[in-house]
Design a binder for this molecule. Structure first.
Ligand code: GLU
Length: 485
């Protein structure tokens, strides 16, 4: 038997990270078992559909490296892969259930339903559909349907006994039938609800394993009743624990939690995101933390899935991202960091290659880069207190002297290579019986305006070039003089 799994998103917006994780596990499970990974678009709730969301799903899955074997834009033998394009295939199945008594048409209007719901609520009862239309003869029901009277088709849930299924992770899951509602299978507009479409399509598409969020755990017994009514084998279900922002709430775009696309545009590296997401609720059973996609395929096992909710720990994601960036080949880093340098340095004629060398292992997330290098574009405002540094044995007075000496020495120097700068500044230290730090610290503060910089004094002076370095040193001198007056 060929394993066939599917990712079945509804096109309601961005690919959120819980969705990405479901897609990833579904993909890994298929590939691990030499099976097929299928994309199906569940768009029967047209009111919730967001324009452009379908294309975004295709794009995001490709960006994530989750290449589907069958899907709307790649085809396959079980298409169409968009539910609204299959819309005519659902009603005949629903009618089959109507004939066997496992479903029935319901002609209750919205107003009638509301009235009864209100009455139940007023009595403090939990409302579920009262099977009002079930008491009609089948002939009457069918003839009213044929005459075009608006109706929905409902699942006829038994009033006694239990509905159940076996989940590969959660084990036996059951629900007393008398607690289950006679859900709508086909809506008045002729489109199926999710409740029906997922069953029909999983069956018709030969899906062998379904992975999806635990929010479906409680309705799956009901879906199983449909499989039984049709006499079909149900797929194996593996429900996945939710991805949480913290102990009390699920990760959600609604609360501003990032989507996959957001993370990419913030400058997280795709492979780092995938690696991090893979470990949100799954463990390889050993201490390994770094995985390529191929290694994930190799290592993935349902046994490693956790039932406990996974907490999305941004610090851990940042840590992974930093590791991935530090390990990437320098030229890839340079290519990726260039647009981030451009945000603040585009108009400067700066040696990006040298700057990238200084930034490579210091970059945690690319969107932090502009702030880290903006001092090169413009000297920040700074307090002269930062000239004072105990370990470097500097204070405002020493700094003023050092800046004046350095300014003089560097004014007469055209070679602003790092080696030449180093030689000059070290020479100054020796000639004035000062420690290297006593020279380097004040100059670095003057040219950068901050205590911590990527790269040291000579690297920054080289990057800024002679004119700008000298200009900044003069500003430093002015500031220090103003203070000692
Ligand atoms: N369309 C459903 C969703 O987006 C899919 C659930 C399932 O995989 O069956 O949540």
């Amino acid at each position: 038997m060929t394993i066939r799994t599917r990712f079945a998103p509804s096109p309601t917006g961005y690919l959120h990270l819980g969705g990405l994780r479901t897609a990833l596990y579904t993909y890994l499970f298929a590939k691990k078992n030499g099976g097929k990974f299928i994309l199906r678009i569940e768009d029967t709730d047209q009111e919730r559909e967001v324009e452009g969301a379908v294309e975004l799903i295709y794009k995001s899955l490709r960006q994530a490296g989750l290449i589907y074997d069958e899907g709307p834009d790649v085809g396959g033998d079980f298409g169409p892969y968009i539910q609204t394009e299959r819309k005519d295939s659902y009603l005949p199945f629903a009618m089959e259930l109507v004939k066997s008594g496992a479903a029935y048409p319901c002609f209750c209007t919205k107003e009638e339903l509301q009235e009864r719901r209100d009455a139940a609520t007023a009595k403090g009862e939990q409302w579920k559909y009262d099977k009002h239309c079930l008491h009609m003869t089948r002939e009457e029901a069918l003839s009213r349907m044929e005459s075009g009277e608006p109706c929905v088709i409902r699942q006829n849930i038994p009033t006694t006994g239990f509905a159940s299924f076996e989940d590969a992770l959660y084990g036996h899951v059951e629900a007393p039938c008398d607690t289950l509602d006679d859900n709508v299978l086909i809506k008045a507009d002729g489109l199926p609800t999710y409740n029906f479409a997922n069953v029909i399509d999983d069956h018709l598409m030969g899906i062998t394993h379904v992975m999806r969020g635990t929010e479906y755990l409680s309705s799956t017994p009901k879906y199983n009743l449909l499989y039984t009514a049709f006499g079909w084998d149900a797929p194996i279900y593996i429900h996945l624990s939710p991805v949480m922002k913290d102990a009390s709430r699920k990760l959600s775009k609604r609360y501003g939690d990032p989507s996959f696309e957001d993370l990419l545009s913030q400058g997280y590296v795709k492979d780092a995101i995938i690696n991090f997401i893979a470990l949100l609720g799954w463990s390889p059973g050993d201490e390994r933390e770094f995985f390529t996609m191929d290694e994930l395929v190799e290592a993935f096992d349902v046994k490693g899935l956790s039932k406990a909710p996974a907490i999305f720990n941004t610090e851990k994601l940042v840590w992974f991202n930093h590791e991935y960036i530090s390990r990437m080949p320098f030229d890839s880093y340079l290519e990726m960091v260039t647009p981030w340098f451009d945000r603040v340095l585009a108009s400067k004629n700066m040696d990006y290659r040298r700057l990238a060398e200084l930034m490579h292992t210091r970059t945690e997330v690319f969107d932090r880069v502009p702030d880290m290098v903006s001092f090169l574009a413009e000297l920040p405002e700074y307090d002269i207190a930062i000239y004072t540094h105990k370990k470097m044995k500097t204070d405002a007075e020493i700094s003023l002297k050092v800046l004046e000496l350095s300014l003089e020495a560097l004014t007469n120097q055209d070679d602003f290579s790092e080696e030449a700068l180093k030689e000059t500044l070290m020479g100054l230290a020796a000639a004035n019986e000062m420690k290297t730090g006593q020279i380097m610290w004040p100059v670095r503060i003057a040219i950068s305006g901050q205590q911590s910089t990527p790269g040291g004094t000579t690297e920054i002076a080289y990057l800024l070039g002679k004119d700008e370095s000298l200009r900044r040193m003069k500003i430093g001198i002015e500031k220090l003089k103003a203070n000692t007056k």
